[in-house]
Design a protein around this ligand. Structure first.
Ligand code: AMP
Ligand code: MN
Length: 217
């Protein structure tokens, strides 16, 4: 098991820890970008209230609910649809490094669940998340799709991965894309290498933007 990773039962034995469950929903699609670039899969993430990218879900209270019923409650609030979740949907649990644990007093274990749906069900989730979901416009600023393709060298997956993610969400995404064979290891290696180059350019762009604040408007 990769460092920091725990089995579901090892994770549940950590009674003093906080537990957060999140879900990656995805479907296959035959649609094409610009009518020629296969989109292959729709993978859902969200823009969170804190400006970071993450998966839908949140903290679960093990005194009152199981990991799965807690995740289901969080998804209802954030997506506005009831999604059946079973133990079989659990993919990986991870002890968050202290750096990522927002609560300094206790440790945090993150659990990722993944569910494959039909394309029509994903469209329904997107519609509900932007209309009936309680958290829309508050904890969730909007659902987004992960581009899995690469265009013009670094557009698409590489650019997406260079954004800022909450906690270990970037690693959860990369691991799930590999595990469910939504992209190849070579595609991911190339995208992540480009992401690092993009981040170097981002620092320069930020410096340039900072100089704008010194101008008198
Ligand atoms: P939330 O209620 O969605 O903010 O989730 C509870 C906590 O889980 C957050 O404060 C994050 O520190 C942490 N977290 C870890 N991994 C993720 C993830 N992949 N997506 C969202 N939150 C995460
Ligand atoms: Mn949340």
């Amino acid at each position: 098991m990769a460092s920091g990773q725990l089995s579901r039962s090892e994770a549940l034995a950590c009674l003093g820890c906080k537990h957060a469950c999140h879900m990656m929903l995805y479907s296959a699609t035959k649609s094409q970008l610009f009518g020629r670039i296969p989109i292959r899969h729709i993978v859902l993430m969200q823009m969170r209230f804190d400006g970071l990218l993450g998966f839908p879900g949140g903290f679960v209270n093990l005194q009152k609910e199981t990991l799965e019923t807690g995740l289901s409650r969080e998804l209802w609030e954030e997506l506005g649809v009831a999604i059946p979740i079973s133990v079989e949907d659990h993919v990986v649990s991870c002890l968050a490094p202290a750096l990522f644990s927002s609560t300094s007093s206790s440790c945090l274990i993150t659990h990722l669940y993944v569910k494959r749906m039909e394309e029509e069900q994903i469209l329904e989730v997107e519609r509900a998340a932007a209309s009936t979901a309680k958290d829309h416009g508050h904890e969730v600023l909007g659902m987004i799709r992960v581009p899995l393709y690469t265009i013009k060298g670094e557009g698409g997956l590489a650019s997406f991965l260079s954004h800022s993610f909450i906690g270990n969400a970037r690693s959860q995404l990369v691991e799930s894309l590999l595990r469910f064979k939504l992209v190849t290891p070579d595609e991911l290696k190339s995208a992540l290498t480009h992401s690092m180059e993009i981040n170097t350019q981002t620092t320069e762009n930020l410096k340039a933007a900072l100089t704008l604040t010194e101008k008198l408007f």
